[in-house]
Design a binder for this molecule. Structure first.
Ligand code: NGQ
Ligand code: ZN
Length: 428
């Protein structure tokens, strides 16, 4: 692998926002889903029962690990295909898949160590979604360097084995597949390992990392690394626009400005962050610092850019007791501001060229009751802030129509296989 310096990250052409079509429909660029764990689609709605008197992110994680333990490559492909079809129907045309379910449940690699990655690639190919596959490096069970526990064993790699997997997958890149690198979190990757991997990756690889999602993580980082997680990362890695920091919920003022200045993207996952009780991202401060950001559906308790963007804004309204938080006097439309935000970080977060994304379009049904009489100045607000019926009509990826009349072209067959896989998983 080359250690060439980073290519400059490409910027986005400004003209590609929402606009009207001659037949009265509306078109917008496909939306990048910057954070996904596909297998978690199988547990949507199944972690809403009390398991402990003070349930939290950490008790949810035990439930999630139990579900993770049941997957094999076939069930993963069936669940991912259903999820990716749902994403396309909702208007996501690219998914950044943060993939750590690498090995068999006992921790041993499959005969093909890339078998689980290949299941995700196959699901993306059959549905037609653009995939940025992010094989995850996962080595330790906490900041103190403790070994992975029995449930985490199937996530783990040595640095060498990880780089071999990365290399094998990287060779598969094509027009609709990019391969980047994910570090699970500072909890899971010791400093030396992080440095070795970063030094070995191709210069243009995208880098994603979970960071500062929970207060407990901030406390452990302070206690063991002597600094808050984001501060530590900014001081110990050359964070730049190739990086996507997932969640980055708990930030102090210097960290807000630090991320914005280095040009990294924050992948905010509002519905999952609400579901897991993470806390609220300091959106207004971050926008004031000119920070880049996008959205992810993460655990897939919701698969809808509309709902992510709506709740990104609503969370801020609930805590500030004001309205129209993302807007400014220069850009008074909240919806337009939000769509422009996700569009601005698309290329740098997913690693596809801007020119490639030109063929990724979403068409909204101008005849939908929710959009009747919409104008250029209110269409984004009306799409994001009214009702719950999807107005997404047609979706194309790389110029190929995969959703028509609101439905994925292979939706029925994909749903049938998903249903069989779910029965097996729930019985397991
Ligand atoms: C994950 N998900 O890796 O799936 C994580 C939980 C962890 C979210 N943070 C597990 N939403 O962070 O250890
Ligand atoms: Zn995640």
């Amino acid at each position: 692998m080359s250690t060439a310096p980073a290519h400059p990250v490409q910027t986005v052409s400004a003209h590609r926002t929402i606009h009207d079509l001659p037949d009265g429909d509306w078109a917008l660029p496909g939306i990048v889903n910057q954070h996904s764990h596909a297998f978690q689609r199988a547990m949507a709605g199944l972690a809403e029962r009390m398991t402990h008197p003070s349930d939290s992110f950490w008790t949810w994680r035990e439930t999630m690990y139990r579900m993770a333990a049941r997957f094999d490559p076939d069930t993963l492909q069936a669940v991912a295909a259903q999820l990716y079809a749902e994403m396309l129907e909702a208007g996501y045309t690219t998914v950044c898949e943060f993939h750590y379910l690498h090995h068999a449940p006992d921790g041993r690699p499959y005969d093909d160590p890339a078998a689980m990655s290949r299941a995700l690639i196959a699901a993306a190919r059959e549905t037609g979604i653009r995939l940025t596959l992010l094989p995850v490096l996962y080595m330790t069970g906490g900041f103190d360097g403790r070994p992975l526990n029995a449930r985490q064993r199937r996530f783990g790699h040595t640095v060498d084995a990880y780089l071999r997997l990365f290399e094998v997958l990287h060779r598969e890149q094509d027009d609709t597949l990019r391969v980047g690198c994910a570090l699970h979190s500072l909890r899971a990757v010791p400093p030396d390992a992080m440095k070795m991997v970063l030094a070995a990756l191709p210069g243009d690889a995208r880098l994603h990392i979970h960071i500062a999602e929970q207060i407990g993580e901030v406390q452990d980082s302070l206690a063991i690394r002597g600094d808050r997680p984001v501060r530590w990362l900014l001081d110990n890695a050359a964070v730049d626009p190739r990086w996507t920091l997932v969640h980055a919920t708990h930030l102090d003022v210097d960290e807000v400005v630090g991320i914005a200045r280095c040009g990294a993207t924050v992948a905010i996952c509002p519905t999952t962050e609400a579901n897991l009780g993470d806390g609220l991202f300091p959106l207004r401060d971050y926008l004031d610092a000119d920070g880049a950001w996008g959205i992810g559906s993460d655990s897939h308790i919701s698969v809808s850019p509309v709902e992510e963007l709506r709740w990104l804004e609503y969370g801020q309204r609930l805590t500030t007791r004001h309205r129209n938080i993302a807007a400014t006097e220069a850009r008074p439309s909240v919806g337009e501001t939000l769509l422009a935000g996700v569009r601005a970080s698309a290329v740098q977060s997913c690693g596809f060229a801007d020119a490639a994304l030109v063929g990724d379009t979403v068409t909204l049904d101008g005849a939908s009751p929710l959009l009747v009489g919409a104008t250029q100045s209110d269409i984004a607000d009306r799409w994001i802030f009214s009702g719950n019926r999807s107005a997404v009509h047609a979706v194309s990826v790389a110029g190929c129509e995969v959703v028509k009349d609101g439905r994925h072209r292979d939706g029925k067959a994909i749903a049938a296989r998903f249903s069989a896989a779910m029965r097996a998983l729930l019985a397991g």
